[in-house]
Design a protein around this ligand. Structure first.
Ligand code: GDP
Length: 302
């Protein structure tokens, strides 16, 4: 898996060094493991949880070889991820029984990769035969509106915009109206990612959500938070802020190709209990993967 190459090399090399010349898992090995996990951005809470679980197993079994450690660590991580992710789902098409149009609201700070992720996702949906419209409700930045329009053109899907400095809730409302009138299967709505004030963010997102549910009672059907996986602990802070501001139902974690610290995926999943649906592994249109916990964990260890 090319996209996670850096994380893989980093983790694997550090782990190999940590256990080199050792046959038995002892306190020293566990200390090393702890620091490798922290350096990989797993986060302190989740790291401690993993170490404690391994300590329990060592205590129970009286002995653990370092060659067993990889296997056991892998199981523990799969379990941590497994509590919040589904194993085998086709995230690139919407469920047959889902109501149409299916409305996805995208949130996240500027620069996290929202626009790019929306473009990549739209491409996959279109490839599956879905009719898609992108709504430009990040009306704060001209570039955001333009970029989204460019993606729509590239992907060959519909695009709804009222330009810059228009009311985001109105754009969201009208995008939904457009989707209904034009028989779209899916509407993906971009929002502004200003984070200077959580109350304001909360108010803005609530207003957008209310305007969507005026059209379709249970819309948005999904609120997806896009997080930059390469900013380490900042990703945790952003997740904290956005989950406080609104009900986030899914995650996309981007830029995992650009970091050696893919452990952020494990920590975020453990601490926020929100399913990770997608990971971004490059800037190209094809560089979006449906998150699969097993292949993700494999990429750490092999
Ligand atoms: P937005 O402000 O949240 O809409 O962010 P953009 O979609 O404009 O992305 C910001 C930058 O990150 C752009 O240069 C993207 O090409 C880049 N980017 C987005 N996703 C990925 C990814 O998965 N990997 C890499 N390497 N770059 C990405």
């Amino acid at each position: 898996d090319k996209g996670l190459e850096k994380t893989k090399t980093n983790f694997f090399n550090k782990m190999s060094r940590a256990i080199a010349g050792k046959t038995k898992v002892d306190d020293e090995v566990l200390d090393e493991l702890e620091s490798v996990l922290i350096q990989s951005d797993v986060g302190l809470k989740t790291t401690i949880k993993i170490i404690e679980r391994i300590e329990e197993r060592v205590a129970r079994d009286k002995y653990m070889s370092t060659s067993e450690l990889n296997e056991i660590l892998r199981d523990e991580i799969v379990q941590l991820l497994g509590e919040n992710t589904t194993e085998e789902t086709n995230f690139f098409s919407i469920p047959k029984e889902a109501k149409r149009p299916y409305i996805i609201l995208i949130v996240g700070v500027n620069g996290a990769g929202k626009t790019t992720t929306i473009g990549k996702l739209a491409k996959r949906f279109v490839d599956q035969g879905h009719k898609v419209v992108l709504g430009a409700a990040d009306t704060f930045r001209a570039a955001a509106v333009d970029q989204l329009g460019i993606w729509a053109e590239r992907v060959g899907c519909d695009f709804y915009s009222k330009g810059m400095n228009t009311d985001p809730a109105a754009v969201a409302y009208e995008t939904t109206q457009y989707a209904i009138q034009n028989n779209c299967d899916i509407a993906i709505i971009d929002t502004a990612g200003r984070l200077h004030n959580n109350k304001q963010l909360m108010a803005e997102l609530s207003k957008i959500k209310r305007s969507l549910s005026k059209q379709i009672e249970d819309a948005p059907h999904e609120v997806m938070l896009v997080l930059d996986g390469s900013v380490g602990q900042n990703a945790f802070i952003q997740a904290e802020e956005f989950t406080k501001a609104t009900d986030v139902s899914s995650l996309a974690i981007t830029k995992l190709d650009g970091t050696a610290k893919g452990g952020v995926v494990i920590g975020i999943s453990d601490q926020f209990k929100i399913p990770i649906k997608y990971i971004g592994v490059g800037e190209g249109i094809e560089h979006l993967q449906a998150f699969n916990k097993r292949s993700f964990v494999d990429s750490f260890f092999s």
